[in-house]
Design a protein around this ligand. Structure first.
Ligand SMILES: O=P(O)(O)O[C@H]1[C@H](O)[C@@H](O)[C@H](O)[C@@H](O)[C@@H]1O
Ligand SMILES: [Mg+2]
Ligand SMILES: [Mg+2]
Length: 291
């Protein structure tokens, strides 16, 4: 664990540097581009911040590998090997960034032998630095984090996102999931607009669970470790073992809450992050039945 502390501290330093670029652009006029749907946005700042993070890391750790959201969007192969790999979302919550909705985060995970060794989520506008090292606990601005430990789904506040999909199958699935959870009943549904912040709220105890279908490894790899190091549970939406490439996740305060959500929530078909998007006729996005 201590072996990667120096890397994590470097990640924290460059996240703070990148945040300055994001906050300066946050207030400025933005040129917005679309990716996989009318709600899947990217700006020049997303691309610039990712390039800045990767070049600074590469300068210090020339043998390390990268999985970056915008590098993959530009055609780079998404492959997690046993090599030390930085998994980066330069701006998580780009729709929020474009609208100046004050929740945008930099998410940086670091994996070796396909196991996440540390995770950093920097919520820039809030100035909250969430971090965790495997086996070392979870912290926000150096204060220890613990989940709520809630085991009763009827006393739970659940966070989710509608995501970027706008096809009928995805929208029907997402809204049906929300309706079925509310009918249990749970005490509320929230959506912050950034998967990374949604998920670290479970680590803070401010939410009792988060689930989502369709996000990517760079959205959640860091926050998944932060949740487990805060005493939480992270599973696939079908209740099986979490796999950061599956694009389906439940993060919860306890196993009973996680398992209860897995009983209710249904996923729509999604290509895995590590599947060749060329094999899928919609550019690697979640498959729509065209209903
Ligand atoms: O803002 P980005 O990095 O694109 O990540 C968002 C993702 O695109 C959406 O589909 C999810 O619903 C959000 O929670 C992610 O933050
Ligand atoms: Mg993201
Ligand atoms: Mg992003």
């Amino acid at each position: 664990m201590a072996e990667w502390t120096e890397c994590m501290n470097f990640g924290i330093t460059i996240a703070r540097q990148a945040s300055k670029v994001i906050l300066e652009a946050f207030r400025a006029k933005k040129d917005v581009m679309l990716k996989s749907s009318p709600a899947d946005l990217v700006t020049e700042t997303d691309q610039r911040v990712e390039k800045m993070l990767i070049s600074r890391i590469r300068e210090r750790y020339p043998t390390h590998k990268f999985i970056g959201e915008e590098s993959v969007a530009a055609g780079e192969k998404l492959e997690l090997t046993d090599s030390p790999t930085w998994i980066i979302d330069p701006i998580d919550g780009t729709v929020n960034f474009v609208h100046r909705f004050p929740f945008v985060a930099i998410s940086i995970a670091f994996a070796v032998n396909k196991q996440t060794e540390f995770g950093i989520v920097y919520s820039c506008v809030e100035d909250k630095m969430y971090r965790a090292q495997r086996g070392g606990g979870a912290f926000v601005n150096d204060v220890p984090l613990h989940t709520s430990g809630q085991e009763d789904i009827t006393k739970s506040l659940v966070v989710t996102e509608i995501g970027a999909e706008r096809d009928c199958l995805a929208l029907c699935t997402m809204t049906t999931n929300i309706m079925n959870l509310l009918a249990i009943p749970i005490q509320g549904i929230r959506a912050v607009g950034t998967a990374a912040v949604d998920m670290v709220l479970v680590a803070t105890g401010g939410a009792d669970a988060y689930y989502h279908i369709g996000m990517h490894c760079w959205d959640i790899a860091a926050s998944a470790l932060i949740v487990t190091e805060a005493g939480g549970v992270v599973l696939d939406t079908d209740g099986s073992e979490f796999d950061m490439m599956s694009r389906k996740v439940i993060a919860a305060s306890s196993m009973p809450v996680a398992k209860r959500i897995a009983q209710v929530v249904r996923a729509f078909p999604c290509t895995r992050d590590d599947e060749d998007p060329a094999r899928v006729n919609n550019g690697g996005h979640c498959i729509s039945s065209g209903l």
